[in-house]
Design a protein around this ligand. Structure first.
Ligand SMILES: Cc1cc2nc3c(=O)[nH]c(=O)nc-3n(C[C@H](O)[C@H](O)[C@H](O)COP(=O)(O)O)c2cc1C
Length: 174
């Protein structure tokens, strides 16, 4: 499959490296798109090495990058998806390359929220997730456990192995 992997600036961003690597190893073609803050945290060259493909960022995106990268894609997976990205997605905003692509792409769109349990439980986040579901986006349920900050509850990103299993089980249309 051709997969667009959107990456945003959650502390779980390091797990996106494993997702990228494992999906590439499984034979998928991965194009990574990163938010501006994600680029501040991890140099895109790492995802380029892991995927073997050019990484799309706001800094290097040409005028039509959000249109170009969607072509032929079977799936767009945003992992991790921050609270802010989920809110932007719910509002239909397109102020960075990841959310712009999310709007422009009309295939299956999956979000893997990753945040502190209080952020996850906040009604604003829950309303945003419900709104995203109403658009047909699949929400990969956050896991229970201890967040990096020490808080305990639901909010951390679904385990990488479970995300990989969900992708493996996914059958693209056509
Ligand atoms: C060290 C650190 C860790 C963070 N971890 C998270 C997180 O796990 N989830 C989240 O929603 N926001 C987290 N944030 C806040 C986001 O980085 C912030 O909202 C940012 O604007 C999100 O940008 P993006 O969604 O465009 O990538 C964290 C911030 C810092 C400084």
């Amino acid at each position: 499959m051709k997969i667009i992997l959107g990456v945003s600036a959650s502390v779980a961003i390091y797990k996106a490296c494993d997702i990228c690597r494992e999906l590439s190893k499984a034979g998928h073609s991965i194009t990574v798109a990163m938010t501006r803050t994600a680029v501040d945290w991890i140099n895109p060259v790492l995802f380029e090495a892991l995927s073997g493909n050019e990484v799309i960022t706001d800094a290097i995106a040409g005028g039509m990058a959000h249109i170009d990268i969607r072509s032929g894609a079977d799936l767009m997976l945003i992992a991790p998806a921050t609270a802010d990205l989920v809110a932007r997605a719910a509002q239909g905003r397109a102020d960075d390359i990841v959310t712009a692509t999310l709007l422009a792409y009309d295939g299956p769109r999956w979000l893997a929220p990753a945040m502190n349990p209080s952020m996850y439980a906040h009604p604003a986040t829950q309303a945003s997730l419900a709104q995203c579901r109403s658009y047909g986006y699949r929400i990969l349920d956050s896991a229970d456990g201890e967040a990096v900050c020490g808080d305990v509850g639901q909010g951390k990103m679904m385990a990488v192995s479970d995300i990989l299993a969900a992708v493996a089980a996914f059958k693209p249309a056509g």
